[in-house]
Design a binder for this molecule. Structure first.
Ligand code: ADP
Ligand code: MG
Length: 597
C-alpha cells in the first residue's frame, strides 16, 4: 500500500481510542469541560451503561454560537494558545480533542447559551459529520447529549462490560471529581435512579466525608502539610477503616484525580505496620504544586502525570501521613463481650475497631479475662521496688524509675502479655509485638543515617544456598551492605559471610540462617528496580528475629525500658506486621460491665 493521509474522521476515531475508552471517560471529559467553564452545578445522566445516552448539563459560561463548530473540531481549544500556556496549564482540559473524538464515535448534540445571552443555540453531529448551529430555547449554560456511543466502532463496543459495571464506573468517577470541587453541586442519574446528589458546600472536608460516607467522620484524620514545594491537604482514615480494595484511596494533583505508583507506595509506607497486608487504608489527598513542576501531558486521558521531582513528592506524601497518624492514639479498644450488667445500652458497641479487636473481645469474656489474670507467685511485680520476681542482674532499676513514674504497676501474664494502667484504663500489651515494633522503628531511624554496624569475622562463615538465592545476592548486594552484612558469593552454591550486623549478634540471632532467609525472600521477589520496600521488609525480619518471644521472661530492666520507650516510638500501637501491639480496656467499658454506668 502506498502512503496516504488518513481522512480526518478516521484520525478522530483513532484519537477517540485513546481519550475515550469507555463511557466513564466520556463523562470525565464532559464534566471537566463544565468545570473549566466555571459551572456551579453539573447534572449527569446515563442510560444503558452510557451506550444509549450520556448527558451532561452545566450552568457555566457557555459557548457563543459562532464557536460551536470549533468546539467540535479537532485540536481546537480556548484554553491554551502557546507552549508556555501548556507548561503552566491550570484548566482540566487543554488538548482540544475530546469533543471531536467523542463526536466521531457517536451522535452528539451540543446546546449552549452564553451567560446573559437571549438565545440558546444547538449544533448536531453524527459520526463526525457536523451540521450548522441553529437557534433553540434553553437555560444559560451548556448541555451535551451523546447517543449511540461507539455504534460505529464495534471493536470498542465489544470491550464494554455490563450496564451495571459501566454505570458503577461513572458513579465512581463523578464522586471522585466531586471531592475536588466542593463549591460545585453534582447530581448523577443512572437510568431512572438518582444515585448521587451533592449540593455545593464551602467546606471541602464536608464534601469528602459526604462522598466517603458520613458514618466514617470520626475515623477520618485531617492531613495538613507543607514542605518540599508541595502543599497537602486531605483526610486519612484510621487503620480501622482500611478496606479490602484501594477504592477509597484518591489522590489529586492540582485538582486532577491521578494514579501514581510512587504516591501509592508512599501511602503504603506511611501505613506500614498499621494495616495488615492486603488491606488498603482510606486516604484522600489533595496535592497543590506549582503547575510548572508537573507535566500533565503524558497521558491522553490525563490520569497519569509526571513530576519534575518525584522523590520530593514521595517524601512529602509519606511525611504528611506519618505526622497525622503519629498525632493520634490509635490503640484499639477492647470491648468485653457477653451481656452488659444493669441497663447499659445493649447495642453500644461503638465504632468498628481495627484488627477485629471486637471479635477478640467477644471471646474475651469476663471469665476468660479473670482466668488470664492468674496471679504470679509473688505479688504483682512493682517496678522500682526491690527484688520481686526478677531474674535481672542489672543494677539500673532505680535509674529507670523516673522515666516510668513510680506509680506504674506492671502485671505480667504468662510471660506473654503485660497489663499496665494508663489514664484511660488498662493497656494490654503483647510483649513480643511491642518489642518487635520498637526494634523496627529504631532500625528504620538508624538506617537513614547510614549502614548498620558490622562485626567482622576473623574466619568467614560459609553457608550453602540454592541457585535462586545466589542470583538474589546480586540484586540485594547494596541492601545487604546497608543492613551490615559483609557477604559474597564464592562458589556456585556457596556464600561467605565475612561480617554480620552487630545488632543481630547482640540479640543472639544466628546470622547464617538469617541471611539464608533474607536471600530466599529476595529470590521470591525477583528483580526489582526499587529495593526501598524490600529494605523495610528485611528490617521487619530483623526486628522479628531480635525481639523477645512470647514466653521469654523479660527482666525488670528490659521491661522498664520497653514500657518507657512505648510512648516515644512512633505509632507504637501496631507491630510491623500490622497486628496490634496493645489493646485498651477502658474504664468506661469496665464500668459498663460492672453495671456502674
Ligand atoms: P479542551 O477541553 O481540551 O479545550 P474539548 O474538545 O474538550 O477540548 O473542548 C473544546 C472547547 O469547547 C473547549 O476549549 C471550550 O472552549 C469549549 N467547551 C467544551 N465544553 C464546554 C462547556 N461545557 N462549556 C463551555 N465551553 C465548552
Ligand atoms: Mg475538554
Amino acid at each position: 500500500m502506498s502512503i496516504k493521509r488518513l481522512p480526518p474522521e478516521l484520525v478522530n476515531q483513532i484519537a477517540a481510542g485513546e481519550v475515550v475508552e469507555r463511557p466513564a471517560n466520556v463523562v470525565k471529559e464532559l464534566v471537566e469541560n463544565a468545570l473549566d467553564a466555571g459551572a456551579r452545578r453539573i447534572d449527569v445522566t446515563s442510560e444503558g451503561g452510557g451506550r444509549d445516552l450520556i448527558s451532561v448539563r452545566d450552568d457555566g459560561r457557555g459557548i457563543p454560537p459562532e464557536q460551536l463548530p470549533l468546539a467540535l473540531a479537532a485540536h481546537a481549544t480556548s484554553k491554551i494558545a502557546s507552549l508556555e500556556d501548556l507548561e503552566s496549564v491550570g484548566t482540566m482540559g487543554f488538548r482540544g480533542e475530546a469533543l471531536a473524538s467523542i463526536a466521531s464515535v457517536s451522535r452528539l448534540s451540543l446546546r449552549s447559551r452564553v451567560r446573559g445571552a437571549e438565545e440558546a443555540w444547538v449544533i448536531r453531529s453524527e459520526d463526525g459529520g457536523v451540521g450548522e448551529p441553529e437557534p433553540t430555547s434553553g437555560p444559560e449554560g451548556t448541555l451535551l447529549e451523546i447517543r449511540s456511543l461507539f455504534h460505529n466502532t464495534p471493536a470498542r463496543r465489544k470491550f464494554l462490560k455490563t450496564d451495571a459495571t459501566e454505570h458503577a464506573r461513572i458513579s465512581e468517577l463523578i464522586q471522585t471529581i466531586a471531592m475536588a470541587h466542593p463549591a460545585c453541586g453534582f447530581s448523577l442519574r443512572l437510568g431512572t435512579r438518582t444515585v448521587v446528589e451533592l449540593p455545593a458546600v464551602d467546606d471541602p472536608r464536608r464534601r469528602v466525608v459526604e462522598v466517603l460516607g458520613r458514618e466514617l467522620t470520626d475515623e477520618l484524620l485531617t492531613v495538613d502539610f507543607e514542605g518540599g514545594g508541595v502543599t497537602i491537604w486531605g483526610l486519612a482514615g484510621t487503620p480501622s477503616i482500611a478496606g479490602p480494595t484501594s477504592k477509597r484511596q484518591r489522590i489529586f494533583v492540582n485538582g486532577r484525580p491521578i494514579q501514581d505508583r510512587a504516591i501509592q507506595h508512599a501511602l503504603r509506607e506511611a501505613y506500614r505496620g498499621l494495616v495488615e497486608p492486603g488491606r488498603h487504608p482510606t486516604v484522600v489527598l489533595f496535592l497543590e504544586i506549582d503547575p510548572r513542576l508537573v507535566d500533565v501531558n503524558v497521558h491522553p486521558a490525563k490520569t497519569e502525570i509526571r513530576f519534575r521531582d518525584g522523590g520530593a513528592i514521595h517524601q512529602a506524601v509519606r511525611r504528611s501521613l506519618k505526622a497525622t497518624l503519629a498525632e493520634h492514639d490509635l490503640v484499639p479498644s477492647l470491648e468485653l463481650g457477653g451481656g452488659d450488667r444493669g441497663s447499659g445500652s445493649p447495642g453500644g458497641r461503638g465504632p468498628v475497631r481495627p484488627f477485629s479487636a471486637t471479635a477478640h473481645g467477644s471471646t474475651a469474656s469476663y471469665e476468660s479475662i479473670r482466668e488470664g489474670l492468674e496471679m504470679p507467685a509473688h505479688p504483682a511485680p512493682f517496678l522500682g521496688t526491690s527484688a520481686a520476681s526478677t531474674t535481672s542482674d542489672h543494677e539500673s532499676k532505680t535509674e529507670l524509675m523516673p522515666r516510668i513514674g513510680a506509680d506504674v504497676r506492671i502485671l505480667r501474664v504468662h510471660a506473654k502479655y503485660l497489663f499496665i494502667e494508663d489514664e484511660q484504663g488498662v493497656l494490654v500489651i503483647d510483649q513480643h509485638a511491642l518489642h518487635e515494633r520498637m526494634m523496627f522503628e529504631q532500625l528504620k531511624a538508624r538506617i537513614d543515617s547510614g549502614p548498620l554496624e558490622v562485626q567482622q569475622f576473623l574466619v568467614p562463615d560459609m553457608i550453602e544456598v540454592d541457585a535462586a538465592s545466589i542470583e538474589a545476592m546480586e540484586t540485594l548486594a547494596p541492601m545487604l551492605d546497608r543492613i551490615g552484612f559483609d557477604a559474597g558469593v564464592i562458589g556456585p552454591r556457596t556464600v561467605a559471610i565475612r561480617g554480620v550486623p552487630s545488632f543481630l549478634l547482640s540479640r543472639n540471632v544466628e546470622p547464617g540462617p538469617f541471611l539464608r532467609d533474607v536471600l530466599a525472600f529476595g529470590a521470591e521477589q525477583g528483580s526489582v528496580d526499587d529495593v526501598e520496600p524490600l529494605l523495610s521488609e528485611v528490617l521487619d525480619m530483623m526486628a522479628c528475629k531480635a525481639a523477645v518471644k512470647a514466653g521469654d521472661r523479660l527482666n525488670d530492666h528490659e521491661l522498664a525500658e520497653l514500657i518507657a520507650r512505648r510512648e516515644e516510638i512512633e505509632r507504637i500501637s501496631n507491630c510491623p506486621h500490622g497486628r496490634p501491639t496493645s489493646l485498651r480496656i477502658s474504664i468506661a467499658e469496665l464500668d459498663r460491665k460492672f453495671g456502674r454506668s
